[in-house]
Design a protein around this ligand. Structure first.
Ligand code: GDP
Length: 435
């Protein structure tokens, strides 16, 4: 039996509700389920607890993790701040479903570990980050063991690595950053073992330079240990500090494209003239604006980057070459983008016409719509990531693009449209002969 290609895209995801609706050929129901799925998928909460002594660098880490500097609006207050016995929530500025919670250190709370966790609402946290800027204490280990007992994950983070290395450099004649890092790690691990932690892993981090040391490793470890439905929330929110994280983010966005495309395809198969194009445009606007904030090239993020790197905003904007560089992507921007090729418009028109062809018309329209939305979104994602890459290179003052190279080939605008057309015709041909 020939497997329907639209259904096949869902089999791997094991998404039973959408599959069932598709199998019963209930396009309207399946479209509604996919819409629900996309909405829920982007609002899955992720709550990360950050605990450590006052002064250990918790607030600075909370800010850096959310892509903020200590001076930005919405930043957690740093420096000397009176310790309170409250858990302070700091939502991510672009992804409010991701919240970092600044918890007082277990030492200053004087609670036993189990009570400490209960007091601050253990259940709501997905995992814990235990921070220290020197060595971990007995209470940190007690807390970790209690978290482990209650079957959640925790990570030991040793902060302020930049200043520790500077200190070492000042006092050592044969200074080697590598050796010093190894020593710091060994000291932390041995300290934890002495307090009763069997085989601890410690991540060495500087919140001022997330691109150095172990932040990448920390992200990979958290990602691996999170349940799959929360993984994307982490990847969307994480600051794009290097090529690996950039590519991971891109992959997370790419994985979502088939749902957006399928949603538009199924809506297209509901025979209401004009609706499909309107929905396509609506989907494109939403999704492209999501890409822009995910890669930090929306207006607000660009302004923040300009401020923190002391570069004029206009200089950063000047290197964005995609049609989506405009402040806010609207339907007009999309229409202009699509109108660059007349063929695109013709095909959209053909889709409108084809839905009236009995039997063949409905799946053909769905097939074309799926293929075109899929290709368009992939093209747009490539364009936005290319903009983001250029902006980052400009902001960091790099003069070569070697620092960032992407997994996928970057196509020129012209090549994109040719590919798009080719794909469309292939799908048309395919759908005609299988249905
Ligand atoms: P909290 O009390 O644990 O929230 O600590 P803060 O985030 O307020 O940090 C205390 C001080 O350490 C501040 O002056 C920060 O600027 C500084 N700090 C925090 N993280 C780092 C870091 O990674 N490197 C360096 N050099 N200083 C840091």
């Amino acid at each position: 039996i020939m497997c329907h290609p639209l259904k096949a895209t869902l089999t791997e995801e094991n998404n039973p509700y959408i599959k069932e609706a598709l199998e019963n050929s209930d396009a309207a129901l399946a479209a509604a389920k996919i819409q629900d799925y996309l909405q829920q998928h982007n609002t899955i909460p992720l709550n990360i607890a950050i605990t450590g002594e006052s002064g250990s660098g918790k607030s600075t880490f909370v800010n850096a993790f959310r892509g903020l500097s200590n001076k930005d609006e919405g930043a957690a207050p740093t420096g000397y701040v009176e310790t309170t016995m409250e858990a302070a929530p700091y939502p991510h500025p672009n992804y409010p479903n991701v919240t970092l919670w600044d918890l007082p250190g277990i030492d200053s709370s004087r609670f036993p570990a189990a009570e400490y966790l209960k007091t601050f609402g253990f259940d709501k946290f997905d995992f814990f980050i235990i921070i220290s800027s020197d060595r971990f204490r007995e209470n940190d280990v007690k807390l970790a063991l209690e978290i482990q007992k209650q079957k959640k994950n925790f990570y030991f983070v040793r902060t302020k690595i930049d200043s520790s290395l500077q200190d070492e450099e000042r006092i050592q004649r044969d200074f080697s950053a590598e050796k010093s890092l190894q020593l710091i790690r060994q000291n932390c691990v041995e300290g934890l073992q002495r307090q009763g932690m069997a085989s601890p892993q410690v991540f060495l981090i500087s919140s001022f330079h997330l691109n150095l040391y172990d932040f990448q490793l920390l992200v990979e470890t958290m990602e691996r240990e999170l349940p799959s439905h929360r993984r994307d929330a982490l990847l969307f929110a994480i600051p794009k500090i290097n090529q690996e994280i950039f590519n991971k983010k891109k992959k997370a966005f790419e994985a979502e494209i088939k749902y957006s495309a399928l949603w538009s395809a199924l809506t297209a198969s509901v025979p209401v003239p004009g609706l499909s194009v309107a929905v396509d445009l609506g989907i494109l606007v939403t999704v492209i604006n999501n890409y822009k904030s995910g890669f930090g090239v929306d207006e607000e993020s660009l302004q923040k980057l300009a401020d923190s790197t002391n570069k004029p905003l206009s200089e950063l904007q000047a290197v964005m070459t995609s049609p989506f560089a405009a402040a806010n992507v609207t339907t007009e921007v999309i229409i202009k983008f699509l109108a660059v090729t007349g063929a695109q418009a013709t095909l959209l028109a053909a889709e409108e016409g084809s839905r009236y062809i009995p039997i063949l018309g409905i799946p053909l329209a769905a097939g074309i719509s799926f293929a075109s939305t899929y290709s368009i979104l992939k093209t747009c994602l490539n364009m936005v990531t290319e903009d983001a890459q250029n902006v980052l290179i400009k902001a960091l003052g790099l003069n070569t693009s070697d620092h960032f190279c992407f997994l996928t080939k970057q196509y020129s605008l012209h090549e994109c449209f040719l590919l798009l057309l080719l794909k469309k015709y292939m799908y048309m041909y395919f759908f005609q002969i299988t249905w």
